[in-house]
Design a protein. Structure first.
Length: 161
């Protein structure tokens, strides 16, 4: 009986540890999912600054918390929280980018394909709900609790020797 209770306890512990009912997309996976200028515009809006360098175009998004809300023309906020900022078509053409503490930068080829990205001080990692895993964790926890309680009740009914 003692081994049964220990088994139930291990089962409950493993269910609580495996309670990751979310699938996590890392910052890198999210950033690599943008393949074209249109993909980037749909997610981030138009950039705060852009520059042309040897046949490529670079866009920078200002994600600094102190300046994003009032100075940025983009839809991007700090750490992936977006805000719709109007008048996003006035992009500053620059030869050198402003040094933002928090930023996202994309480099495009002449056809508008993303060649690379760079970012600093931000994380655009996304979590996607996984309802099936959540239901399994809850049902498993309930079943383990019922079994443990049943074992404890039956343990109390055993004769003392």
């Amino acid at each position: 009986m003692k081994k049964f209770i220990q088994g139930i306890a291990v089962l409950m512990a493993s269910l609580s540890i495996s309670g990751c009912s979310k699938i996590v997309y890392t910052h890198e996976q999210v950033m690599l999912s943008y393949h074209t200028k249109n993909d980037v515009i749909k997610q981030f809006g138009y950039p705060d600054q852009k520059r042309e360098v040897r046949g490529t175009t670079e866009w920078v998004y200002n994600c600094d918390s102190a300046s994003t809300l009032f100075n940025s023309k983009t839809k991007i906020g700090v750490n992936g929280s977006y805000n719709g900022i109007p008048d996003s078509l006035r992009i500053a053409n620059v030869t050198e980018f402003t040094d933002y503490t928090k930023y996202a930068r994309f480099t495009f080829d002449e056809r508008g394909n993303v060649l690379k990205y760079d970012s600093g001080g931000v994380s655009f990692a996304k979590r996607k709900a996984n309802p099936a895993a959540t239901v399994l964790v809850v049902l498993g926890s309930v079943a383990a609790t019922v079994l443990l309680l049943g074992a404890l009740i039956n343990l109390n009914d055993l004769p003392v020797w």
